[in-house]
Design a protein around this ligand. Structure first.
Ligand code: SAH
Length: 477
């Protein structure tokens, strides 16, 4: 699929500076499921067009990349390689990551100026919703036109195709156009290829901050962008409303905290992922002082809650936090704490629908990680595993860390996004899981977000399979 952006005016080749892409050179970018190409089909004084061509590998999408299980998201016969979809949004953020922030160094003035821009999107899925193209794009200042097709000329009965070629034209800053496209492509295309979790609420509010609160179709946009996940949509609405609220001059004291701490966002994302998968029995491995357990205990969906930690002191604090000393019999039966180590096989870990491992693996010595992998994914084998760990690339944002430092004195390692994904994909493949990734916390285009999360789902056929691991390393005892 193809996105073109045309700048008309004077000296229009400067579009290259705003996009950080040289008009004289075609460039290729490797993406998870294919490649993106950027090139300029026309460069004249009055008119310059940049094109982003996305070439997805349909086999990768169906089967997953060689050596990974990150794919396998779609059927073999799927429309993904041919349509403007969430993959195109991901490519926009990856390829035009700086442009979307509006930073343009020597060309800042141009970047800050509304200019005459036209964007075309080929094959945007839009079944029966062409009216929405107008009501969504026009309030943002675009003139909207689109081309429709009949599905197959030999079979006129099949009617119109669900895809349109869309053209929008307006006078606006380039970064605004990119933000609109990033958010609105997946609004029309309903089949998102990523896990829609709380981090998507963050992203939506961040990229929509200038235009979404006032948009007459904001409910439709939020609902669709967040995949109609009611809890997330409600959260987005609440945050928008909080941001809208006039400052109460008389009562400056208790302003609602708009920004959650990273820890709160992380635990919130884990709870959201658990709630959306209808699990009832949850075990928190490396539960520490019980922050996650406390959130889980508030939700009636979770009928059995357990926490495991190696640290007696941490468990003692969890007992206090959860007020277990004074709890009634039902609550004591519902919430259990156990001292144990994640690198030793332990029958008490079995029987839960989901296991959470939140900011724990980086505390394990790397040579013991294999033992942990086997304990959890081979012997315990819960149907769902939610695991988070720091994204080392983000450390560049922490001013008090020197290059190469880790975030915490007890961390034995921290992984880049690529390292985490490679590890997780290998685990998934060895033990019969599929894994989806998401990011937690404020992300930037270059380093990503501070925390990374993998959600592992046990494949149906792997439930009864006798696990076989190729690892010859340290065995769990
Ligand atoms: N999940 C908690 C705590 C993270 S800190 C939270 O998000 O707040 C990491 C925790 O892992 C610590 O409480 C530490 O005691 C525990 N831990 C480290 N190595 C462990 C091991 N081998 N087995 C069990 N727990 C371990």
């Amino acid at each position: 699929m193809l996105l073109t952006i045309t700048y008309t005016g004077q000296n229009t080749a400067e579009l290259g500076y705003l996009l950080y892409k040289n008009p004289n050179r075609a460039q290729v970018f490797e993406l998870n499921h294919g490649r993106a190409y950027v090139f300029y089909p026309e460069v004249t004084f009055e008119r310059t067009t940049a094109a982003l061509l996305l070439d997805l590998d349909p086999i990768d999408l169906a089967r997953g990349k060689v050596g990974s299980t990150g794919g396998g998201l779609f059927d073999y016969v799927n429309d993904r390689p041919y349509v403007s979809s969430s993959f195109l949004s991901t490519a926009i953020s990856k390829v035009f990551g700086t442009a979307i922030t509006g930073r343009a160094d020597a060309h800042q003035a141009l970047s800050d100026t509304p200019i005459d821009l036209t964007a075309t999107l080929t094959m945007l899925p839009c079944r029966g919703e062409q009216g929405k193209l107008h009501s969504v794009f026009e309030p943002l200042g675009y003139a909207v036109s689109y081309e429709t097709f009949i599905s197959d000329e030999s079979f006129p009965d099949w009617g119109e195709s669900k895809y349109v070629n869309l053209t929008i034209r307006g006078t606006l800053r380039l970064r605004d156009l990119l933000k609109h496209l990033y958010v609105l492509i997946p609004v029309f295309d309903r089949q998102k290829h990523y896990w829609v979790g709380e981090d998507e609420v963050e992203k939506l509010l961040r990229l929509g901050s200038d235009w979404l609160p006032e948009h007459p179709e904001r409910a439709y946009i939020m609902n669709r962008y967040l995949n109609r996940r009611r809890a997330l949509v409600n959260m987005a609405f609440a945050r928008l409303a909080a941001d809208d609220a006039p400052d109460e001059a008389e009562e400056p004291a208790e302003k609602p905290e708009k920004k959650q701490t990273l820890n709160a966002q992380r635990l919130g994302s884990v709870v959201a992922a658990l709630k959306s998968s209808n699990v009832a029995r949850v075990i928190d491995l490396g539960c520490g002082e019980g922050n996650l357990l406390q959130l889980l205990a508030r939700e009636r969906q979770f009928t059995q809650i357990a926490g495991v930690d190696v640290s007696h002191v941490a468990l003692q604090r969890a007992v206090d936090k959860l007020k277990l000393e004074h709890a009634g019999d039902a609550q004591r039966a519902r919430v259990q704490l156990m001292q144990g180590s994640l690198t030793y096989k332990d029958a008490r870990f079995a029987g839960y629908d989901a296991a959470c491992v939140v900011e724990v693996i980086e505390h394990l010595d790397l040579p013991r990680l294999t033992a942990f992998e086997r304990v959890l994914f081979e012997f315990t084998k819960p149907p769902l595993v939610i695991l988070t760990t720091p994204n080392r690339e983000y450390n560049a944002h922490y001013e008090n860390l020197y290059a190469g430092d880790l975030r915490h004195g007890d961390h034995r390692f921290e992984w880049t996004r690529a390292e985490f994904r490679t590890w997780a994909a290998k685990i998934a493949q060895n033990f019969g899981y599929t894994v989806h990734f998401s990011e937690i916390g404020d992300a930037d285009a270059v380093c990503g977000a501070p925390t990374q999360m993998g959600v592992f789902t046990l494949s149906a056929h792997a439930h009864n399979e006798i696990p076989r691991s190729e690892e010859a390393g340290l065995y769990a005892r």
